[in-house]
Design a protein. Structure first.
Length: 180
């Protein structure tokens, strides 16, 4: 089974091919995840991209989805996690920017620690699922980070406010899977 971890950053998941544009020791490929010529078309069972898609602007993210779609086998899964704009709005309405630059603002605009750490797009379930269906995926569903083979890796698919409150906090990530 071939599994890709796109935009993996410093996170390592055993059994995955790791691709990121910033060099880390565990990378299999240091490359822009929007163009994957090193991966044969229709060769991948699962693509995992956690808090990556929002780094592409509204005109380019559909092309990125098409590229990822082309790498999946029939029946393959694209597992996405993006900041959940609906959750961000709900927390903002009830609490404002209570936690300053560390919480909602980072989810909206990125961490801005380097030139590639800016968010250019926002998503809610309706927009993301319709974009996936327009790309050619057969159906979409929400996924729970607890039920994955990478649940032990604490990444942004598990982003809660208050930070790390995975019991009483609000999940700030929109976790959606699409099947080719």
């Amino acid at each position: 089974m071939t599994k890709l971890h796109l935009g993996c950053g410093s996170k390592f998941i055993p059994g995955y091919v790791h691709i990121d544009s910033t060099h880390y020791r565990h990378l299999d490929f240091c490359a822009d995840v929007s163009h994957l010529p090193m991966i044969p078309d229709r060769s991948v069972d699962l693509i995992y991209a956690c808090h990556v898609l929002e780094h592409f602007d509204r005109r380019s993210f559909p092309n990125v989805l098409r590229e990822w779609f082309s790498k999946l086998k029939d029946g393959g899964i694209l597992r996405l996690s993006v900041p959940n704009f609906e959750s961000i709005v709900q927390v903002y309405i009830s609490e404002g920017f209570q936690d300053g630059l560390s919480g909602l603002i980072g989810l909206l605009v990125g961490g801005q620690r380097d030139a590639s750490d800016f968010h250019k797009m926002i998503f809610d379930y309706n927009l993301l699922s319709s974009s996936l269906l327009e790309t050619g995926f057969s159906h979409c569903r929400l996924w729970d980070w607890r039920s994955t083979d990478h649940s032990c890796v604490d990444d942004y698919s598990q982003a809660y406010l208050p930070h790390l409150d995975k019991i009483d906090g609000r999940l700030m990530s929109l976790n959606v899977e699409a099947v080719k």
